[in-house]
Design a protein around this ligand. Sequence first.
Ligand SMILES: Nc1nc2c(c(CN[C@H]3C=C[C@H](O)[C@@H]3O)cn2[C@@H]2O[C@H](COP(=O)(O)O)[C@@H](O)[C@H]2O)c(=O)[nH]1
Length: 362
Amino acid sequence: MAIIPVLESAQFICKDNPHITINEQAIPAIARELSETLKTYTPHVWREQSLHNIPVVPYDPYHRSTWETLDWLFFISTLNFSFWSDAGSVRRFAVDWNGQTWDGYYSLLAVVKRALEAGVPITSPSFYGDPAKCSDKQLRKFFAPCDDKLPRENLPLMNQRIKFLREVGGILNQHYGGSFAGFLNEWGEKYGSLRSALQLVQMVADTFPCYRDQWPYKGQVVKLWKRAQILVAETWAAFHPTDPSLPHPIFPHGIRELTMFADYRVPQLLMHYDLLIPSPSLSLKLSTKADISPGAEEEIAIRGASVLSVNLLRQEVQRLRGKESDDTSDVMLDFCLWDEAKRLERMGVEMPEAMRVRGVFY
Ligand SMILES: Nc1nc2c(c(CN[C@H]3C=C[C@H](O)[C@@H]3O)cn2[C@@H]2O[C@H](COP(=O)(O)O)[C@@H](O)[C@H]2O)c(=O)[nH]1
């Protein structure tokens, strides 16, 4: 088995960590729930979300919709960070689409849907990577919040978002034929039939500086790679063959060496489940909504413990599922957990506060 840098980092972070503990006693009950959920929750759930960009089936590498979806996935993953706000639901950045108001992560999808429906090629690197075709002003306009009674916030960190789009667009245009499809071809040519999801994650982090979610920590560099992993995992989900007897057209060896994606929403749920127990001082910081700075030990602790605890959960789910467990992965558990966090939020269930780090990696 290949060394998994994110998992290794998580193990290093969790060793004698003063800020957070993994409560292994909570694992069996959560694992039972998750194994029930996984009976019906398959990678195809990805294709059922109305805001997603769905590729043609069967997979056709030359079909326009294939590279459109790939470029959509890359655009979304580049900007998939920092949607949290203390502004309450009537003031938080949100966007109207299809008769509904979308906030948080969904607001990004709605911005893109709206632009594409208006005929703007917003997810095409040749467009967003080139200020002559798509100015900063235009980009800000696409991200205008919906108009309600009270003025809404803008999407946080818009300057960094624009900078990232220029950065990744420039690299794709210059070296990969102006598409994430070209980047995947390069990975395929480099590793052939042995190509793995983990190599792709590594290539993304090596090639695009804004995906390099790695941090100096106690004399080492720890790698958390949230956006690079979610990019690869969603690519896997989007193109997962509907016929289970077929191999995956892009990832013949699956995505089982990926970990969960260390964001701010799943850790909140893991704390709600008492699987992660913050120290009294971290607990106070969370409950008083104190800002934590990017790269702070507490932040790294929460993210590392999330990765490791979901990996432990996955081992238990796999044990419970026995023969059915071929498709059990940290990624599938992560998708279930994130969706569950959103469901509880919609139901108004009270949860511990999520960590407040205003950063560009998750
Ligand atoms: N760990 C993990 N984090 C995820 C996602 C997703 C969405 N993935 C789609 C693909 C499959 C799923 O079913 C989703 O449809 C977003 N995020 C993160 O959440 C935060 C936003 O939260 P809120 O402010 O509440 O909207 C922010 O850090 C964002 O980066 C995920 O899947 N896993």
